[in-house]
Design a binder for this molecule. Structure first.
Ligand code: URA
Length: 435
């Protein structure tokens, strides 16, 4: 078999067999198939797609490209959560300590930023000393002792995805249904939890811009999860504007900590409660949605979720005080302001452009080797539905470089759209898919 022929076949719209997919995934993982051939294949998949059987075979081949975690030493029903990626999406940081405080063991593998979207692992590294490369034994001990551990994908967990993820990030081949489904589900199946809750984002800041595509992606992933014997649900949530107000790394962590103190933006909390409810149902903490949401809210009101987060940060090498005392996380010192160009109501905010502005500041990766600046970011002060006057501040930009700061200002200003009428309020949760 030759990779050249497989690229040619996919370019012409052919379907790859299980053996061909296996050959390609194994060859790429071992470094026999070079990046340039895999890049061509990824682009061919973006143009001609993959059918359901190919997507399933790709997922299984990627899952089997390395080890699978054995979480049987962790007591209780382990429920994993994963987002398809968005702008300002700090949901995991808020949600995991909340469900852990309610007794759901959280053993989570998270990723780094991809394209214009952020990643939980980059954000957690804002805590000085925080270790995201936990050995398996320590990972399991931490979950048993404090209820939550979050680690980066270990080198040998779905290594095919690890390599493909990094390559897709820099070859404009992220936003493809089968590639996203196989990437997420290969990791989730290898990570060994009992149930999976997926946050599938739709809108201009998501990889799936159209709701119908997000639903198709969700259905594919739920089908793969259920076929693999894991209870799986997907919640379709809105990504027509950044989630919450902060976009970046340390600014998002600060917002997540505010949320755990009861000061979270409404849109963020709506998504957190929807995902958390599904996690509590799968973990059999309750079988009632209303009760589940009430329990989640109590973790904020009582401070138990914030306390859990502090314990978790300390257990992974950070300092509890960085969680419990406000103002300790560093934010870039140069401040710039994006301003409204006319009067009216904000009708749209191009979230992908806000994500790209953050990348220009240095908050995202441009090449596989890029080192990101955790202290830069954007804090929106106006969101969809807000009334503005020309010259009002739309967003604060935190930069370490004057010219990048100015470039980001222009991008943020151009990401806003205005109308004369206040747009109707949007629901953050569009659909829940369990079958
Ligand atoms: N998250 C992933 O883990 N993989 C993707 O392809 C997109 C989002």
């Amino acid at each position: 078999m030759r990779m050249y022929d497989l690229i040619e076949k996919k370019k012409n719209g052919g379907s790859l067999t299980k053996e061909e997919i296996g050959f390609m995934v194994e060859g790429f993982t071992k470094g026999i198939i070079p990046d340039y051939q895999m890049s061509a294949m990824l682009m061919a998949i973006c143009f001609t797609g993959m059918n359901e059987t190919e997507t399933l075979e790709l997922t299984l081949a990627m899952k089997d490209s390395g080890d699978t975690l054995d979480l049987s030493k962790i007591n209780g029903i382990k429920v994993d959560k994963h987002s398809t990626g968005g702008v300002g999406d700090k949901t995991s940081l808020v949600l995991t300590p909340m469900v852990a405080a309610l007794g759901v063991p959280v053993a989570k593998m998270s990723g780094r930023g991809l394209g214009h979207t952020g990643g939980t692992i980059d954000k957690l590294e804002c805590f000085p000393g925080f270790c995201t490369a936990l050995p398996e034994e320590k990972f399991i001990t931490n979950v048993n002792e404090i209820g939550v551990a979050i680690a980066g994908q270990t080198a040998n967990l779905a290594p095919a995805d690890k390599k493909l993820y990094a390559l897709r990030d820099v070859t404009a081949t992220v936003a493809q249904k089968s590639l996203i489904a196989s990437s997420i589900m290969s990791k989730k199946l290898a990570a060994g939890s009992d149930a999976i809750v997926l946050d599938v984002k739709t809108g201009n800041g998501a990889f799936m811009k159209e709701e119908a595509d997000a639903v198709a992606l969700a259905e594919t992933m739920v089908k793969i999860g259920n076929m693999a014997g894991k209870k799986t649900a997907a919640i379709i949530t809105d990504m027509e504007q950044p989630l919450g107000n902060a976009v970046g790394n340390s600014v998002e962590v600060i917002e997540a900590l505010d949320a755990l103190r009861g000061e979270g933006p409404e849109d963020l909390m709506e998504v957190v409660y929807a995902l958390g409810t599904q996690m509590l149902l799968f973990a059999e903490i309750t079988d009632d949605r209303t009760k589940a949401e009430k329990l989640l809210k109590e973790t904020i009101a009582s401070g138990s979720a914030l306390k859990k987060f502090a314990e978790f940060v300390e257990a992974q090498g950070g300092n509890q005080e960085d969680v419990l005392t406000q103002g300790r996380l560093p934010v870039a010192e140069k401040k710039f302001f994006a301003k409204a160009k006319k009067d009216g109501f904000v009708t749209d905010i191009l979230a992908e452009q806000i994500g790209n502005a953050c990348m220009i500041l240095g908050g995202g990766r441009e090449t596989k080797e890029s080192v990101i600046d955790l202290s830069v970011g954007i804090r929106l002060t106006k969101k969809i539905g807000d009334a503005v006057k020309c010259g009002d501040v739309l967003a604060q930009i935190y930069a370490n470089d004057e010219s990048r700061g100015k470039e980001a200002v222009a991008m943020v200003e151009n990401a806003y759209r205005y109308g004369t009428e206040k747009p109707v309020d949007r629901s953050m949760v569009k659909k829940i898919i369990t079958e």
